[in-house]
Design a protein around this ligand. Structure first.
Ligand code: FAD
Ligand code: UDP
Length: 407
């Protein structure tokens, strides 16, 4: 079955011709992981019509990938590695793709040495030029830890576990580059993402399931949307067609502050510039990603051919430069921003038949598997209560119900 992609001009022509505008059961805004998952579920499980509207010229949101002119599969918005402990999420996506078995490893350039992240015995040995057992590492860190009863920010998390020296070598300056703020101004959840290991496991993620879609993310998204009943409108801000579109329910996966016309002010998002280079060498660096906590303006370099074990005379790499302005990539993980977000959330709760889903709409630092899980939960809600008018609930806001629904 082929994908039904409509150009904005075709849609406008269609609107003018029919006089009545576009008609659909569900209007889904944003064709990222959230938008594609919920569209697929609505079309295949509820048997309803979906109009999926995407501002960019492609599917997949930030997980979009494509083969460049040198035959290397690159990820346009930075390295995306799928990892999850959820069998439900893994099985769901596995209907649309196989997985390539890639296991992610990250190196960091620290004190002139390339060492493994997250911090583990190998990292310690290379950094301090001596051997460590797990007990020795524990004793070493114990002497250096700051005693903080309840870590309250991203600095507390690291210094209370590993001390200030390792904090300064790996986290302080990287976080300042990444967020424009030092870790003391960021929520504890930011650095809690990285574990401290007392073994020799050098994998970045230890989830049960991990890898990359075997034919790329974009192919996986295309297959998700091949179920029929889904019309796709690319290069279109949803506002362009909103007035001409009749729909029963709206699922919004774009930035929540934009939806409400920034009525409580703009929510800050951290952005990135990606600088791609193709070099005439077979291999540029030892691992797919190398972080630079202390030098350079960029945070990390990705060399894409590692992801798909590609052999090629050339190699494509990408430098990531964090920015305050640009595409919204990261919701800001600090309490002041969450407070603004709460005001938008209250507005969202007043709306009937509008659902906010995903990283931008829920203003949350979510990994891909968490987004899929939320979309699957929303699909359950929509399926179980086909007429939910008057009881607006959004997936991020009914956490308490999730366990009930999963039973
Ligand atoms: P998005 O992917 O942002 O999709 C939202 C879509 O909505 C976009 O396509 C946007 O163009 C569209 N949109 C916005 N406004 C409008 C509008 N007005 N009209 C129409 N369309 C609109 N997660 C992992 O699990 N593993 C990783 O390794 C990983 N690496 C990451 C690396 C980077 C650099 C970044 C930024 C994120 C990374 N993530 C990773 C997180 C991952 O990108 C997100 O979890 C996931 O993409 C979120 O999907 P989404 O659909 O919620 O949002
Ligand atoms: N971080 C750091 N140094 C590193 C890697 C990560 O300081 O070398 C911090 C940084 O604040 C980052 C957070 O830890 O935002 C989480 O790292 P992760 O790799 O999970 O970030 P992602 O790129 O997935 O957002």
């Amino acid at each position: 079955m082929s994908l039904k992609k409509t150009s904005p001009n075709d849609a406008i022509k269609k609107i003018k011709k029919s006089g009545t505008g576009l008609r659909t059961d569900y209007l889904v805004v944003g064709a990222g992981l959230a938008g594609c998952t919920i569209s697929e579920r609505i079309a295949s499980q509820l048997g309803k019509k979906v109009l999926l509207v995407e501002k960019r010229g492609h599917l997949g949101g930030n997980a979009f990938d494509y083969e460049n002119e040198h035959g290397i599969l690159v990820q346009k918005y930075g390295p995306h590695i799928f990892h999850t402990n959820s069998e439900r999420v893994w099985n769901y996506l596995s209907r649309f793709t196989g997985w390539n078995g890639y296991v992610h490893r990250v190196l960091a350039m620290v004190n002139g040495k390339l060492v493994h992240l997250p911090l583990n015995l190998e990292t310690m040995e290379r950094l301090y030029d001596r051997s460590f057992t797990a007990l020795e590492m524990e004793a070493f860190l114990e002497q250096r830890r700051e005693k903080i009863a309840k870590p309250e920010n991203a600095r507390d998390v690291v210094v209370s576990a590993a001390g200030t020296e390792l904090y300064e070598l790996f986290f302080r300056n990287y976080s300042k580059k990444q967020w424009g703020l030092y870790p003391e101004e960021l929520g504890a959840e930011v650095t809690s993402r990285l574990p401290l290991r007392f073994d020799r496991d050098t994998r970045y993620f230890t989830d049960r399931f991990q890898g990359l879609p075997d034919a790329g993310y974009t192919r996986m998204f295309e297959r998700m949307l091949e179920t029929g009943n889904i019309e796709i409108l690319l290069n279109t801000d949803y506002r362009k067609i909103l007035n001409e579109t009749a729909y029963e329910k709206l699922i919004f996966t774009g930035p929540i502050d934009y939806f409400f016309d920034h009525m409580y002010g703009k929510l800050p998002y951290r952005s990135l510039d990606f600088e791609f280079k193709t070099l005439d060498v077979e291999r540029f660096q030892e691992s797919a990603v190398v972080n630079f906590p202390n030098e350079h303006e960029y945070t990390r370099i990705t060399e894409f051919k590692h992801f798909y074990f590609q052999e090629n005379r050339k190699t494509t790499i990408c430098y990531e430069y964090p920015r305050a302005d640009g595409d919204p990539f990261y919701p800001f993980p600090n309490p002041a921003c969450r407070e603004i977000y709460q005001k938008y959330r209250k507005e969202a709760e007043k709306l009937k038949n509008v659902f906010f889903l995903g990283r931008l709409a829920e203003y949350m630092y979510l990994n891909m598997d968490q987004v899929v899980e939320k979309a699957l939960n929303l699909a359950c809600l929509l399926a179980e209560e086909p007429d939910i008018s008057g009881s607006h609930r959004t997936p991020g806001f009914f956490k308490d119900n999730i366990s009930v629904m999963e039973k």
